[in-house]
Design a protein around this ligand. Structure first.
Ligand code: XUL
Ligand code: CO
Length: 440
C-alpha cells in the first residue's frame, strides 16, 4: 500500500520550546506518570467520521477539504483506501485507537444483505491491517440517524419496522465490533427524541428505547461480547429534545428500566455544554454514579448554541476533565476519542495532523496539571475541610440515620445559629490558574 499522507512523517515529541507545528509540545507518549505511560493514561482515539468522512460542508456551501483520497470515485475502493489512511494516520500520530459508525467504514448498498457484505469486506481489510499494527478499536457504533428511514427515530420511531431495521443494524455492528476486538460499544441517540409532543407518544418511545437496549444486552451475552456498553448523552440536535438529555437524565432512565448495571456513559464535552452544564459537571455525574466510561473529546464555542465539535484546546476544560478522570480511577476500557472536526477553513491535509496534535497536547498538559492538583491535595483538602461537620457530631448522626426532624429541632434549639464559612471560590480559581501556568 502506498503512503497517503505524503510529506508528513512520524510526529515526535519535541517539548514545549519547539516551533515545529508538526511536533508534540506536551504529549510524550512514553513518558511515565504515576507508573503508567501517558499513552496508556490518555488512550486517544481518532473518530473515523470526522477525520476520514467529513469534508467541511455546512448549510451554506459544500466541503472544502483537500484529501489524499479525493480522486477515488468507486465507493468500495474509497472505503478500503480510508482503512489504510486510518492506520497510517494513527501510527504517525501514535494514536492507539480509532472509533467508527458502521456507515463510516462501508457505504450503504441497496439492501441490508448487500450492505452487510460490504461491511464484511472492509472489516476483513481492517483485520489484515490490525495484524501488523498496534492500533486498536476503542469502540464501534451504528449510524441509525442519517438514512431517511430513521427520520422519526430508530428505536423510538413510531414505526415498528424502523425499530426492527435499527435492531438488525446494531446486531451487525456489535458483531463486527467484537470481531475487531472493540473494547466498547456506543449508543448515541441520533434521532431518538421528538420535534413536537403534538404527534408523539413519549411513554411508548421511552419504553421502546429501553426494550431496544435490553435486546442489545441479551445479544451481547448470547455472542459473548464483553465490551463495555456506553450511552452518550446529548440534549438537542438533531431533534429538538433528545431523550438522552444529559448524564443525570441517562442515569435516571437506566435505573428506571433496570439497565444501570449494563451501561456506562460516554461523556462528550460539547454535548454537556449544550445541556448548559460544564464538561466537568457531566463527568462528575457519571463518576459519582459509578458510570464513568469514556470521553468524546471536543469543545463548543461559547458564542454558538450548537454542536460545533471543535478540537479541544482549552486548558481549563482539559485539566478539569482529566481531574474527574483521575478521580474516577482513570480509563479502563474507555479513552479520549476526538469527536472533533477541523474548521471549514482549515482545509489542508496537514491541518488534520495539527488539529489532533493541538488536542493531544491540551489533554497531556491537562492530565499533568490534574495529577499534580490531586497529588498536592489542594482542592480535595479544601473540599474535605468544607464538609468536615459531616464526620462527627450532628453531621455523623444524620449520616448514620440517628437523627430525624425531632432530634434536629432539639439540636438547633440548643445549638443556635450555624457557623458558616467562605466557599473561597476566587482563591481556588487563582490556585487553578497557578497550577495551569506553572506545571509543565
Ligand atoms: C453526535 C455524536 C456522535 C456520536 C457517535 O453529536 O457525538 O458522533 O459520538 O454516534
Ligand atoms: Co460524540
Amino acid at each position: 500500500m502506498s503512503e497517503m499522507f505524503k510529506g508528513i512523517g512520524k510526529i515526535a515529541y519535541e517539548g514545549p520550546k519547539t516551533d515545529n507545528p508538526l511536533a508534540f509540545r506536551y504529549y510524550n507518549p512514553n513518558e511515565m506518570v504515576n507508573g503508567k505511560s501517558m499513552k496508556d493514561h490518555l488512550r486517544f482515539a481518532v473518530a473515523y467520521w470526522h477525520t476520514f468522512q467529513a469534508r467541511g460542508s455546512d448549510p451554506f456551501g459544500p466541503g472544502t477539504a483537500v484529501r489524499p483520497w479525493d480522486a477515488i470515485t468507486d465507493p468500495m475502493e474509497l472505503a478500503l483506501a480510508k482503512v489504510d489512511a486510518n492506520f497510517e494516520f494513527c501510527e504517525k500520530l501514535e494514536i492507539p485507537f480509532f472509533c467508527f459508525h458502521d456507515r463510516d467504514i462501508a457505504p450503504e448498498a441497496t439492501n441490508l444483505a448487500e450492505t452487510n457484505k460490504r461491511l464484511d469486506t472492509v472489516v476483513s481489510a481492517i483485520k489484515t491491517r490490525m495484524a501488523s499494527s498496534e492500533v486498536k478499536l476503542l469502540w464501534g457504533t451504528t449510524n441509525a440517524f442519517s438514512n431517511p428511514r430513521f427520520m422519526h427515530g430508530a428505536s423510538t420511531s413510531p414505526h415498528a419496522d424502523a425499530f426492527a431495521y435499527a435492531a438488525a443494524q446494531v446486531k451487525k455492528a456489535m458483531e463486527i465490533t467484537m470481531e475487531l476486538g472493540g473494547q466498547n460499544y456506543v449508543f448515541w441517540g441520533g434521532r431518538e427524541g421528538y420535534e413536537t409532543l403534538l404527534n408523539t407518544d413519549m411513554k411508548l418511545e421511552l419504553d421502546n428505547l429501553a426494550r431496544f437496549l435490553g435486546m442489545a444486552v441479551s445479544y451481547a451475552k448470547e455472542i459473548g461480547f464483553d465490551g463495555q456498553f456506553l450511552i452518550e448523552p446529548k440534549p438537542k440536535e438533531p431533534t429538538k429534545h433528545q431523550y438522552d438529555f444529559d448524564a443525570a437524565t441517562v442515569v435516571g432512565f437506566l435505573k428506571t428500566y433496570g439497565l444501570d448495571k449494563h451501561f456506562k456513559l460516554n461523556v462528550e464535552a460539547n454535548h454537556a455544554t449544550l445541556a448548559q452544564h460544564t464538561f466537568q459537571h457531566d463527568l462528575a455525574v457519571a463518576r459519582i454514579n459509578g458510570m464513568f466510561g469514556s470521553v468524546d473529546a471536543n469543545q463548543g464555542d461559547s458564542m454558538l448554541g450548537w454542536d460545533t465539535d471543535q478540537f479541544p484546546t482549552n486548558l481549563y476544560d482539559t485539566t478539569l476533565a482529566m481531574y474527574e478522570t483521575i478521580l474516577a480511577g482513570g480509563f479502563t476500557k474507555g479513552g479520549l476519542n476526538f469527536d472533533a472536526k477541523v474548521r471549514r477553513g482549515s482545509f489542508q491535509m496537514d491541518d488534520m495532523f495539527m488539529a489532533h496534535i493541538a488536542g493531544m497536547d491540551a489533554f497531556a498538559r491537562g492530565y499533568k496539571v490534574a495529577a499534580k492538583l490531586i497529588a498536592d491535595k489542594v482542592l480535595t483538602k479544601f473540599v474535605d475541610e468544607r464538609y468536615a461537620s459531616w464526620h462527627s457530631g450532628i453531621g455523623a448522626d444524620i449520616r448514620l440515620g440517628k437523627a430525624g426532624f425531632r432530634e434536629l429541632e432539639a439540636y438547633t434549639l440548643r445549638n443556635g445559629e450555624p457557623v458558616i464559612r467562605s466557599g473561597r471560590q476566587e482563591m481556588l480559581e487563582a490556585i487553578l490558574n497557578q497550577y495551569i501556568t506553572e506545571t509543565v
